[in-house]
Design a protein around this ligand. Structure first.
Ligand code: GLP
Length: 244
């Protein structure tokens, strides 16, 4: 596990963008694992800027997102598909058919289970993920792998923890239905990626970052599983690194 501490959130985004562009420019059919949340927004802005400056093309890129809320439509304002379209896909030359976000509109468990299996199969078919981008939840979750998730887990249905539902409440209108379940790549699926880059910024993440890097391997801190992956980079701003 390589830990890189940079002075500002902007530096974290620039570092992550360099890594993404490097994968795109060195692989024939680059496969990116992408994340949602506020942390990677600056990375996506930087990638859009580099695309507009003609420094990178996404024409050959295939992408897989980590997770999606269950029970809201793809086109819902708060779906992760909408997030990715708005922050990245609508602004670059990636083929929409090459972008994958778990399909989780159904509320039927059998349909969702099949969707999860198909998602794993599509990742395999694409040749596996070259670089998986991650953020980290306040409770140490990665994707929507909440505490107690198995390190061997694959794409599946997860119940969101109370703290995650509370943290994401700000995105939903008062009285609006807020999903309590998600379809998420598992920790085992994430560990299969050839390289992992986790970004964390801000003081609020310092506890989770400390548990991930210095704590024991524990299902109570899902991100600690990354200690098992030899090509993991954790890139932090000084606030997120303040308890190390
Ligand atoms: C969500 C996502 C995670 C993300 C986390 C932190 O729950 N499923 O992939 O890492 O939130 O988000 P933020 O970057 O907004 O703190």
């Amino acid at each position: 596990m390589q830990v890189i501490i940079l002075p500002s959130t902007h530096d974290v985004a620039l570092y992550a963008a360099d890594r993404v562009v490097d994968v795109i420019n060195t692989k024939t059919n680059p496969v990116l694992g992408l994340a949602t949340g506020s942390t990677p927004i600056a990375l996506y802005e930087e990638l859009v800027a580099r695309y507009q400056a003609k420094q990178v093309s996404f024409r050959q890129v295939i992408s897989f997102n980590l997770d999606e809320y269950i029970g809201i439509t793809d086109s819902h304002e708060q779906s992760y598909r909408t997030f990715m379209n708005q922050h990245l896909f609508d602004h670059i030359d990636i083929a929409k058919s090459n972008t994958h976000v778990p399909l989780a509109e159904s509320k039927d468990a059998i349909v969702l289970k099949k969707s999860a299996q198909d998602y794993e199969a599509s990742i395999q078919q694409a040749g596996g993920i070259d670089l998986q981008i991650l953020g980290i939840g306040l409770n140490g979750h990665i994707g929507f792998n909440e505490p107690t998730s198995s390190f061997a887990s694959r794409t599946r249905i997860k119940t969101l923890s109370e703290s995650t539902v509370a943290a994401n409440k700000r995105f939903f209108k008062a009285g609006e239905y807020q999903p309590q379940l998600a379809l998420t790549m598992g920790i085992g699926s994430i560990l299969d990626s050839r390289a992992v880059l986790l970004m964390a910024t801000g003081k609020a993440k310092a506890e989770a970052v400390k548990a991930m890097i210095e704590g024991p391997l524990s299902a109570m801190c899902p991100a600690s599983a990354l200690q098992l992956h030899e090509a993991t980079t954790i890139v932090l701003d000084e606030d997120a690194a303040s308890l190390l």
